[in-house]
Each structure stands twice: as structure tokens, then as C-alpha cells.
Unconditional design. Structure first.
Length: 171
């Protein structure tokens, strides 16, 4: 790096680039700004397969689906399927997941990736009852939420039913 003596009354050494900048500012010239380089838009190839593509669901509509070993690995042995739902602050919701073939586990995840609720077994049934999941929540923030359906056990899979219900006050 090249340095230049700026002041002879004292020893002040500055990089040449700084000297040029200070001289331009002293002369009232604006500092040159770099020209931004545009980011090219790249389209996915024709054979592109989106790995993570959660299904959008609407409250009040029951869907039937199947959990398989072709779904997304949990990292804890087992697999999961995600669904997207838009919820509003103040909504009181139930998320009901039922299967005759595996012990369901349901999670509600906010848009930041934080789990805000989960349930393994329906709390409204006695301990000898069901392995279906029923989650009750009051939504604190409007936005997009992810419902994750998985098996409580690592090897569970099969058909299931999922329904999100907005609860309404009874007068």
C-alpha cells in the first residue's frame, strides 16, 4: 500500500485512496459510488423437482393423506409431511390428526420455524383410548403456520386424516 505525507507540520501518513477521498470531499465533489451489479434471475431446469413443497390447506376442510418412507426424514428415524395454513391473531383452533395404522404426532410451527404446540395423544380421551392427536391453540400472531404430521414411533406410516377447525364462541 502506498502512503503519502499529508501535512508537513506533523507526521501523518494516510493511504493514497484516503488522500484522494479527502481531497474530493474538500473540493465539494461527491464520493463516487460503485455501480451495483444486477443479480441474474435463474430459472430451475425443466427436470427440477422441489423436495420441500408443503400442501396448503383451509380450516374446516378435512384432508386424507398417507405418511410414507418417501416423505421428509425427521432426523430421528421416521418421516413427516408438512401442510401450510394461514391463521389470524386471536383464532382458537383445533388440529385433529387421526390414523388407524400409526400413532400420530402433530406439531404447529410458526413462520420462524419455532414449534408453538404439539400433541401425541388426544387429551379428551381416557388413557386407554386413542393414539390420534388433537391440539388446541390460541393464535397470538397472524400469519403462515406449518402443520407437521409424523408418527410417534420411528417406523409408523400409513393413511391419516387431518382437519384444522376454527372454534367460534357459543352465545
Amino acid at each position: 500500500m502506498t502512503y503519502r505525507l499529508l501535512r508537513s507540520s506533523g507526521l501523518v501518513l494516510l493511504p493514497i485512496a484516503w488522500v484522494s477521498l479527502i481531497a474530493n470531499l474538500a473540493n465539494g465533489q461527491p464520493r463516487p459510488r460503485p455501480t451495483p451489479t444486477p443479480t441474474p434471475v435463474v430459472s430451475p431446469p425443466a427436470n427440477f423437482v422441489r423436495i420441500y413443497n408443503p400442501v396448503t390447506i383451509q380450516p374446516g376442510v378435512e384432508i386424507s393423506d398417507t405418511l410414507t418412507n418417501q416423505d421428509i426424514p425427521t432426523g430421528e428415524r421416521g418421516f413427516f409431511r408438512d401442510y401450510v395454513v394461514e391463521l389470524t391473531q386471536g383464532d382458537q383452533v383445533t388440529i385433529d390428526v387421526a390414523s388407524d395404522t400409526f400413532d400420530t404426532l402433530v406439531l404447529l410451527i410458526n413462520n420462524d420455524g419455532n414449534t408453538i404446540g404439539q400433541n401425541d395423544d388426544d387429551p379428551s380421551v381416557d388413557s386407554n383410548g386413542t393414539t390420534n392427536s388433537l391440539l388446541f391453540l390460541r393464535i397470538r400472531e397472524s400469519g403462515r403456520y406449518y402443520i407437521r404430521v409424523r408418527s410417534f414411533t420411528p417406523t409408523g406410516s400409513g393413511p391419516f386424516r387431518l382437519k384444522v377447525t376454527r372454534l367460534v364462541p357459543v352465545n
